[in-house]
Design a protein around this ligand. Structure first.
Ligand SMILES: [Zn+2]
Length: 495
């Protein structure tokens, strides 16, 4: 750090980095900032969740200006390389300068997300030479995991109706909205046929054997931020294969795929009974060629496999399988379930506005049901409601139960935003180029603040940071300086 420490943003970032602050463990950093506000004589409040609200009076001439919130989150994602011995519960994160980049010297994530945002706000609170309206600085907890801080903070604690969120990671971009969403649990009762292994042999299509069919090697990714990349969903591809297998006499025993509703599924598999091995293998080869054509570029490792599973089913075990009509019901639900992009943005070309990610599927004879778990996202609340109603229609057609969980509110894009207009003007005057405006197809704290104060005018900005949430995380020193200049100039314009 050395020279950099003279600059207050970096000075405060180093202080913050010395205090462990994994999500859920923010008390120490919150207490430290609170005691720091006392040394400056600032008014501050800490709530039961350890959120902080700090107030600073307007500078001379700005007394009648509307107040503004500067907001950042205190927690960080704690990732380290396998060889790092760093203990995130007690060790400070030491900083290292490499050319223009500030990184962790401990082979860990840096925590510039969002420690740099906090440091900018602290440097502003400390500096009495800056021009600004009344300031409310809000530092929240658990942004990276549950949004507990933004969710639980009482609207009684702040009175501003405009807010600058400092959690973005691209100096040339301003974020003007974020999606809301909900988890979906769709449960369809199914009935399995029971038979002895020997009974299968008496069937006119004698000679059934158990096989495992697997679709794997897809790239996956985040259910929101990567949903537009055309990477394919292993669950959907598996069902296309299963429909072909059933068409040549195959019987489906069980299906399971995906590991997390917030991730695009990379792998899915089914146990099946097959009596015409050659016909089934031909179908597998044909479907593999189809998928390689459709997804060759995004998933070069995509594979469809069929392997004997005889060893997985004992001789005397009673095997259950789905009758063709039950399989067709299950296949119809999966294939008709909204999946992937639902609508693109008219305001921002290339940006997704609403989606649903079919993340997990399970259908086992032991439970007697099909479970589909997905994540709905939408920039406008009405978009989330619309997708919910489509899934409910599917549910009532097939007699399935639909439940929702882990819902969060969107920060809707406002066609007119005074704060955004001022920020774009300031940026253009300072740097001679337009700032890009966009929305994100992921949840941000802005949604929770608009829920508390519907009139809240919000922008999200920040300096350029790369590889966040990973041990390679780094922030550009030049960009932090540029951003700090921009932020203070913007505050001076908010009369
Ligand atoms: Zn963040």
């Amino acid at each position: 750090m050395f020279e950099l420490e003279k600059e207050r943003v970096f000075y405060y970032f180093e202080k913050i980095s010395s205090i462990p602050r994994e999500s859920g463990n923010e008390k120490a950093v919150s207490d430290w900032v609170l005691s720091w506000t006392k040394t400056l004589g600032l008014e501050a409040a800490q709530d039961a969740a350890f959120n902080l609200v700090i107030r600073k009076k307007a500078s001379a001439g700005y007394e009648t200006a509307a107040p503004v919130i500067l907001q950042a989150h205190m927690d960080m994602v704690c990732e380290k390389t396998p060889e790092s011995s760093h203990d995130f519960t007690k060790d400070p994160i030491l900083l290292k300068v490499e050319n223009d980049w500030l990184t962790s010297a401990c082979k860990t994530s840096l925590g510039a997300d969002n420690g740099i945002g906090m440091a900018c706000a602290m440097a502003i609170l400390e500096d009495d030479s800056l021009a600004h309206p009344p300031l409310e600085v809000i530092f929240t907890v658990e942004e990276e995991t549950t949004f507990k801080g933004a969710n639980s903070i009482s609207p009684e604690l702040f009175y501003s109706k405009r807010m600058i969120n400092l959690d973005h990671a691209d100096e040339k971009e301003l974020i003007a909205g974020s999606c809301g969403g909900t988890g979906v649990m769709f449960t369809l009762p199914l009935s399995w046929e029971k038979c002895e292994n020997s009974e299968l042999g008496k069937n006119e299509n004698a000679g059934y054997e158990a096989y495992e069919i697997k679709v794997c090697g897809l790239k996956g990714g985040h259910s929101g931020e990567d949903i537009h990349r055309g990477r394919g969903n292993a669950i959907q591809l598996l069902f296309r294969v299963l429909q072909e297998i059933v068409s040549v006499g195959g019987k489906v025993i069980s299906v399971y795929g995906g590991t997390n509703r917030l991730a695009i599924s990379r792998e899915a598999q089914a146990m099946v009974l097959i009596n015409d091995r050659q016909a089934a293998e031909e179908k597998i080869t044909a479907m593999k060629a189809v998928f390689q054509k459709e997804f060759g570029k995004s998933a070069p490792d995509l594979d469809v496999m069929m392997e004997s599973a005889v060893t997985k089913i004992s001789e005397n075990e009673r095997i259950c399988y789905l009758k063709d009509s039950e399989f067709e019901k299950m296949a119809a639900v999966v294939r008709l379930f909204p999946d992937g992009i639902i609508s693109m943005s008219g305001d921002f070309p290339g940006q997704v506005d609403s989606s649903n990610n079919l993340g997990i599927i399970r259908a086992f004879p032991e439970t007697g049901e099909l479970q589909v778990i997905s994540e709905i996202r939408g920039l406008y609340r009405t978009m989330v409601e619309d997708t919910k109603s489509r899934i409910e229609m599917l549910g009532s057609l097939f007699g399935a139960k639909v439940e929702y969980f882990a819902g969060y509110v969107s920060w809707e894009y406002a066609q007119d935003s005074c704060l955004r207009k001022t920020a774009l003007d300031v940026y253009k005057k300072m740097f001679g180029e337009e700032m890009k405006v966009s929305t994100v197809h992921a949840g941000l704290e802005g949604g929770m603040f608009t829920e508390k104060e519907p009139e809240m005018d919000i922008i999200s900005i920040g300096p350029s940071c790369q590889y966040f949430h990973s041990p390679m995380e780094r922030v550009s020193i030049r960009s932090v300086k540029k951003f700090y200049g921009f932020l203070t100039a913007l505050l001076a314009k908010l009369k």
